[in-house]
Structure formats: structure tokens, C-alpha cells
Design a protein around this ligand. Structure first.
Ligand code: GCV
Length: 692
């Protein structure tokens, strides 16, 4: 990077990454929060949020510039007659204006939160090569609730968390407000996240006790100036466990009264409490179905409790039951579709991106587009339960984009237009991301995992944004603007998720992982007590073929999609090959677009995945001198782990498929390093993110 003078030079140094060791703590915000102010930024109006916005800018903007942070309500700003109306509650504009006769860079919104987002947009603009003086930026979030879901337990463990223990030190809260809580809020605000669910959806009732409400309130106080609301996962049976009631039946007036009193109590401590997230009647969690009541009965009862305070309920559709013999991929739709129109107006139904469970690839969930009268929240998993935990480099931007840009089959409707409400003009809209944040120094377990947190925030702000430019802006902010580093990082990232698909099971295969902890391959697993917990349930491989028949001759899950999509998925010839085995059971000799047989193609995918990881290692080696040693080394080490594990996935899977189909590997393909018995014998304890 060429030496530059003045403030630009200073900023370049801050961002260059070569100057000093770097542990990743600063994420994509390279200007340290505590850096001295370079310039004075004026504020019109005095709120904590406006002051934070001004402080962010003062550390980075060139000395001598006149900068003003304000809201549209300020008379001087109002007199400029700028287009504030389309900005709504949280949008921003940044532009050069003349204020009080002086050329001024104005950073403003209708609210102070809008101005804060404008400040961060300006920082992003600078860090990605823009200049300050003539900056003209404007944006309004397309989605209202942009919420992280922490699966954090009160004992400090994190379900499916691979970045250390929980960021929340529940024990020392509310007394100790760790400065990391502020840094967490700042990072989230910088990408537009405006809500956080503090505790695991597999919830303990204790989080609703006065002691834990006080702890949540302390966090809410820290987060508030950054525009972030706190939510809690609610255990549906809490009226029994905490209230001593005999039932949690949502139709029981005593139960409703208990929740109302509980909500009142929470709002006394947290006046801007966001509301409840609920996992009910799924994987052992209690819920309204235990009493013969519906999910709408349960959600509406809770919604009534928070409604007087402006709260909302996020009710999860991730529901399947061991008593239900129906294809697991169909169960959420079967349960929720008939309830469309029966939810209260402050309930949103939160739907995972696919119908099974955050697999490396799933077709979009058929509920998107099927419940027009209900706001549907997209739930993505940022933590990579099925994509190599923290150690594998898998950029999820392409996964998010693939799902959001999918057409539902209702006219031009896309999943994004369902989620952002434009399809049905919903007032409430939301996107949720299962957080990958822990107490590791680099927050997410690796530098590249930070990109998934970042991409989630950016796409929650605007679900039509594309993965590639997001990767590029993230890399520029994270590693500096050195073209070679940025191009290398982006190139590695963009194919990385597909590589995971390839080495874990391509062509629509899913749920092939080992039991419980989900670490590593286990396509042979067939002995778990619930059929849909077994990988063999999903791949149905036998000597003749492989895949789950979800057409009319099978479970007919395709019929849950709107007719044009259902028609396409019903026929193996029109089903995209990447989803083939999700919808069809086909012969091993089926001819594929490549000209190879299905078996040969599957083998080629495994090899392609392993090769991609090897290529990433070489690409990363090539920028060793341009990246600070600490982040470079950790990434290089993890890429080596990933290559070893990708090979393990490939070899174990091929050994198993060969044992089922009795076929040889195509000529020239390397055999698995061990026999199948060896892979089956691998066992792991103490795997992160998993608790018995
Ligand atoms: C919070 C999967 C995960 C569980 C998770 C569940 C859910 O089954 O393996 O750990 O539980 O999804 O989303 O509720």
C-alpha cells in the first residue's frame, strides 16, 4: 500500500493490517473505539445515541472538516428540505450541505438511530475507498426487526456455539457491565442489527425470574444507546415452574394472567423490551399442543401480554414431532399453513431457511409464500452447526442470497419480498440470525466467521443485497484495501460454502452428520430412536439408488410449494441438480448434465470440495506477507484442519456409499484412506457446542 499523507494515511495505517499483531477483536471496525478524536463533530440535539454517532466520526474524519450529526426535527436541518420522509424510523442520509452559511457534511435521520446508522455507513464508505468531503449516501432498512438469536444458556455454555463460552457473564451481571457488551452493541449497530435475544430457545424458566430479569435489564441499558432492544426466549411452561400453576394451557385465564403480570414486571425493568421468542412443541420443548391448543392460541396469549407495552412475539415454526410419521420436511407447513390469518397482529412466525435444519444446502422453506396473512421472519443460522463449526472457512453470504432470491412461484414474489413485507405489505417484518458470537477474543472463533455475522446484518438491512459485494466490503474493512488481499479473500470466500456442500454431500443430500454433536460424517447412522434423527432416513440409499422421494409417489412434499415451483421440483428432469436427491430417489446410473453417471458425479463433487480447500490454502499462503501474522496464522492453521476434515468427510462417505451400492470408484479416483469400519469407530467426546 502506498504511503499517503494526513488523515488518509493514518486511516490507511489503521486498516493496513501489516503494522502490528492483530487478534481480530476489532472485527471490521478497524479504527479503535478509543482512538483520540481527529476532528470535532457537532451535534444538533443531545441524545446518547447522537453522541455515539459523533464520537465514531470524530475519530476517523479528517481534521478541519465541518460535520454535523442531527435528526430531521432540528429546525436548521428541517429548513434544508431534504428527502427525510422515505427514510422512515431508521434510515439515514449523509450529504454535503450548507448549514448556517458553512459547508457541512450532514449525517442525519428521522431518529437518532438513523443518524447513528448514517455515521457507520460513512465509516464503511471511507474504509472501502470512498472520500468524506462529497459523500452522498442514503439508505432505509427494508426489514424492521434485525435480530440476533443467542442460543446461550444460563450456565455459560452455548448450544451450537463454537467461539468460547457465552458473552454474557450471567453470574456477575447485573453488577459488572463488561466493556465487551458495549463493543458487541457497537459492532451490531455498525451493520444495522437492532435486537438481540439473549438466551437459548431451549429455554429455562429461570431467565424469567426477577434475578435474571435484572441481569437482562443491565444488558438492555448498555445496548439501548446503540439502538438495540433486548428480547428473551420464553419457556412455555414457566407458569407451572415459576408460578405454581397446574397448567400452562394458553386458554386458561390464570395462565394468561400470569404471563400478563410477568410481562408487566419485565417492562418495569426494561421499558423498551422487544418481546418473546418461543420454541414450542419441538424437540422436547413444552407448548400449547400439550393441551390440545394450537400454536396460534399459544402465540396470541403471549402477544396479548406484551401488546400494551408495544412488544411482539416471535413464534418459531421449527416444529416436528416423534409421534408424527409424516416426512419431517413437511411437518412445519402442515402445522402452520392452516393457521395463516389466525395470529394476533403483534405475532411474527419465525421460519428456518429450509424445511429440515440449517443443512449446508436446503431448498427454501415452503412456508415462504404460503402464509400471506402472517409476517414471516427468516431464521438463518450464522453459527455453523453443519458447516464445519468455527474451524472451516464457509462464507454464508451465498447461502443467504440463494434462499432470499428464490422465487416462491407466486408471480414474481421472492423469499426476500416475503421477508421484507413488500409482497403483502406487512407492517412488521423480521430477519433472525442464530449468533456465532462467544467470548473468544475474535468473537466468532475465526476471522472469516466474522464475515457471516457481518453478512447477516447487511442482508437483514436489505435482503436484496448480494453476497459478493458484501464479501468485498467486509474484506476491505477487515484486512485493508490492498487489492491482492481483498481479491484473494473474496475469491476464497465465494466458493467456500459450495465446497462444504461438495465434501459433506452434494446433489441435494442432507443430514448426514454424526449423532448429537454433529461433528463429522455419519451417513450410516440408523439406530436412533426417532426415525428422522437418522441419516439413513434422509438419503435412503440402497443398491439401486439414492435420495428421498418427495414427489407424489413418495411423501409429496413438493405439493407444499406454489404450483410452478411444485411442478419443477416434481420432475427429476426439471429439478436443479443441486436439489435432485432432496426431492427424488434416483438410480446410481442416472445420466447427469456433466455426462457422468450420478455415482461418478457424486464422487467428483467430493473431490472438488477437497480440492477447493487445498486451493484456499495456497491462495492464503500467497498473501502471507500482506496480512498481520496473528490472523494469517490462525486462518492458515484452520484451513489445514479443514482440508484434513474435508478429506475425512469424503473418504468416510465414499466408503459408506460403496458399501451400499457395491460399486467401484471411477478410474483414477483415490480410494478412502481407511475402511468403513475405521470411520464408524471414530468417536468424539467434549465436542464444542454440544451438551448432554
Ligand atoms: C436450539 C437443531 C439443533 C438444536 C437446536 C434446534 C432448534 O435441532 O441441533 O441444537 O436447538 O435445531 O433450532 O431449535
Amino acid at each position: 500500500m502506498k504511503a499517503r499523507s494526513g488523515w488518509l494515511g493514518a486511516l490507511a495505517l489503521l486498516m493496513a493490517g501489516t503494522a502490528h499483531a492483530d487478534d481480530g477483536y476489532r472485527l471490521w471496525l478497524r479504527a479503535p473505539a478509543a482512538a483520540p478524536a481527529a476532528t470535532t463533530v457537532a451535534i444538533r440535539g443531545d441524545t446518547a445515541t447522537l453522541r455515539l454517532a459523533a464520537a465514531e466520526l470524530s475519530r476517523v474524519l479528517p481534521a478541519g472538516m465541518t460535520v454535523m450529526v442531527a435528526t430531521a426535527a432540528d429546525p436548521g436541518v428541517a429548513a434544508l428540505r431534504l428527502p427525510f420522509a422515505p427514510l422512515g424510523d431508521e434510515g439515514y442520509l449523509v450529504r454535503p450541505v450548507t448549514l448556517d452559511g458553512r459547508p457541512t457534511l450532514l449525517v442525519a435521520g428521522n431518529s437518532d438511530r438513523g443518524a447513528l446508522y448514517g455515521a457507520f455507513a460513512l465509516l464503511r464508505h471511507l474504509a472501502t475507498g470512498g472520500t468524506a468531503a462529497k459523500a452522498t449516501l442514503t439508505s432505509t432498512p427494508k426489514v424492521k426487526l434485525r435480530v440476533l438469536n443467542h442460543w446461550d444458556n444460563l450456565d455459560g455454555t452455548v448450544e451450537r456455539g463454537y467461539a468460547g463460552v457465552s458473552l454474557w457473564d450471567w453470574w456477575t451481571l447485573p453488577d459488572l457491565k463488561d466493556p465487551r457488551y458495549t463493543d458487541y452493541a457497537r459492532a451490531n449497530a455498525s451493520i444495522g442489527i437492532n435486537g438481540t435475544v439473549l438466551n437459548n430457545v431451549n429455554a429455562k424458566a429461570d431467565s424469567l425470574t426477577p434475578r435474571y430479569i435484572a441481569k437482562a435489564a443491565a444488558l438492555a441499558d448498555v445496548f439501548r444507546p446503540w439502538g438495540i432492544k433486548v428480547y428473551l426466549s420464553a419457556r412455555f411452561s414457566a407458569p407451572i415452574e415459576l408460578g405454581g400453576l397446574k397448567t400452562a394451557d394458553p386458554r386458561d385465564p390464570q395462565v394468561a394472567a400470569w404471563w400478563k403480570a410477568k410481562a408487566d414486571e419485565i417492562y418495569r425493568a426494561i421499558p423498551d423490551f422487544g418481546g418473546f421468542l418461543v420454541k414450542a412443541n419441538s424437540e422436547g420443548q413444552p407448548g400449547p399442543r400439550d393441551y390440545g391448543a394450537s400454536h396460534a392460541d399459544g402465540a396470541n396469549m403471549l402477544a396479548a401480554a406484551v401488546k400494551p407495552h408495544g412488544g411482539i412475539v416471535l413464534w418459531r415454526a421449527f416444529v416436528y414431532a416423534e409421534t408424527d410419521p409424516e416426512d419431517r420436511a413437511k411437518q412445519a407447513y402442515t402445522e402452520f399453513k392452516p393457521l395463516d390469518g389466525s395470529f394476533a397482529d403483534n405475532v411474527l412466525v419465525q421460519v428456518k431457511n429450509g424445511a429440515i435444519d440449517f443443512q449446508p444446502r436446503e431448498p427454501f422453506h415452503p412456508l415462504f409464500g404460503a402464509m400471506p396473512k402472517t409476517p414471516l421472519v427468516m431464521e438463518f443460522q450464522i453459527t455453523k452447526e453443519y458447516l464445519g463449526f468455527a474451524t472451516h472457512l464457509a462464507y454464508l453470504g451465498p447461502l443467504f442470497e440463494e434462499v432470499l432470491s428464490a422465487k416462491t412461484g407466486r408471480g414474481d414474489e421472492t423469499v426476500a419480498s416475503v421477508v421484507d413485507g413488500s409482497s403483502e405489505r406487512h407492517r412488521l417484518t423480521g430477519m433472525a440470525g442464530v449468533a456465532n458470537i462467544g467470548r473468544d477474543r475474535d468473537w466468532s472463533g475465526s476471522t472469516f466467521n466474522q464475515a457471516n455475522w457481518y453478512a447477516f446484518g447487511r442482508m437483514a438491512w436489505d435482503p436484496t443485497l448480494k453476497a459478493e459485494p458484501i464479501a468485498r466490503e467486509w474484506a476491505q474493512q477487515t484486512f485493508g484495501t490492498d487489492r491482492r488481499v481483498v481479491d484473494t479473500a473474496v475469491a476464497m470466500m465465494m466458493g467456500s460454502r459450495e465446497a462444504v456442500v461438495d465434501y459433506t454431500g452434494a446433489l441435494g443430500l442432507a443430514h448426514l452428520m454424526a449423532t448429537g454433536h454433529h461433528y463429522g460424517p455419519g451417513p450410516w447412522v440408523a439406530d436412533l430412536k426417532r426415525p428422522e434423527w437418522n441419516p439413513v432416513y434422509y438419503h435412503k440409499a440402497d443398491r439401486a439408488g439414492i435420495g428421498f422421494d418427495r414427489t407424489k409417489t413418495g411423501s409429496d412434499a413438493v405439493a407444499q410449494y406454489a404450483p410452478p415451483v411444485a411442478k419443477r421440483f416434481a420432475d427429476p428432469k426439471t429439478t436443479p441438480e443441486r436439489d435432485l436427491l432432496w426431492f427424488h430417489h434416483v438410480g446410481w446410473d442416472r445420466k447427469m448434465a456433466s455426462g457422468r453417471t450420478l455415482w461418478e458425479d457424486l464422487v467428483a463433487h467430493y473431490d472438488r470440495g477437497v480440492t477447493y480447500v487445498g486451493d484456499m490454502r495456497r491462495q492464503w499462503d500467497g498473501v502471507r506477507a500482506q496480512v498481520d501474522a496473528e490472523r494469517w496464522q490462525k486462518t492458515a492453521t484452520y484451513l489445514a484442519v479443514q482440508e484434513r476434515e474435508a478429506r475425512w468427510w469424503r473418504d468416510a462417505s465414499l466408503a459408506y456409499w460403496m458399501s451400499v451400492n457395491g460399486r467401484a470408484l471411477p478410474a483414477g479416483v483415490a480410494p478412502p484412506a481407511h475402511d468403513l469400519a475405521w470411520y464408524k469407530a471414530q468417536s468424539f467426546r467434549y465436542v464444542p457446542g454440544h451438551h448432554d
